[in-house]
Ligand binder design. Sequence first.
Ligand code: AVJ
Length: 350
Amino acid sequence: MIGTSTSISVDRDSEVGPKLELAGKAGCNAELIAERFRRDMLTGLARREKAVPCKYFYDEEGARLFEAICELEEYYPTRTETSILQQNIDEIVALVGSRANLVDLGSGSGQKTRLLLKHLDRPASYCPVDVALEQLLECSARLAGQFPSLEVQPVCADYTDPFDLPAPPPGSGSTTLFFPGSTIGNFGPGEAAWFLRRMAGLCGPAGGLLIGVDLRKSVPMLNSAYNDSKGITAQFNLNLLARANRELQAGFDLGQFRHHAFYNEAAGRIEMHLVSRRRQRVPVDGTCFTFARDESVLTEHSYKYTVGLFHELAAKAGLEVVRSWTDERQWFSVHYLKARQHGAHHAGQA
Ligand code: AVJ
């Protein structure tokens, strides 16, 4: 649901365990998602340098493939972030506080969240925000079952667009936004600052932002994390074309495109592309697009930071870094940020 959001209520009394009813079914507007996908595919493929936003990777099949990527040997971010959370969990839960309201952006399978919820002091509410509706419902039902006293308030939304957060339960503590996995890397430097500032607004002066940020490292290691030997990342990338075939009556022959991912050292980012193997014309929703041989479609940027660079970004977004943690090999980092209090800001300027 893009542009608006839908909160979902949990019925704990049903015999089949927490049953999720989609309150305001009308709100979870699949048509609007499809319309945005159609619009962004047509405009993206009409550009001189073809590009499609990476958020469209995550239909149900894409969400499933991404979960498989997180299990890959080469894809170090997931397990490294989890180890950082585990090793510093006492400090983290102390910063998050008691009776917390945890908002989880791009909740996915919710594995890292479960680790957090298990250690938090009587967390009050859990609000996962995700576009992949089925996965959102599954994750919410599972966590609602595992944490009976937790108010589970899933929101089906694209968090890159404005969305409403459900009201936290009365008497609860502060709000912490959990943004793991280095998805911040999908935003270009300017956008990333804008997004962090927006998130700071959502968690408020008493709340905080717990965010995972992938760190720069050897180019071969970065390249293999996005070119795994099993070809799952290639499937994840090509699934974007399969989704267009499924949802936009497109005529992509996946065999005529190849996955291409590499670390652009100058820009400090991983780039993922789909490259046309030959000159071809492909209809998408009635519009025909020509692809030259070796012409590429950009499908994802994944910026990599150093701890210092990320601190600079946080400062630019008006956020104060309360604490940063990394693993011993400096592969990944987790940060707890708070909105800079007005007084402190002026002090900084002086
Ligand atoms: C979910 C955006 C963090 O960029 O590493 C994984 C997505 N793309 N393999 C990332 C992704 C290719 C992932 N993020």
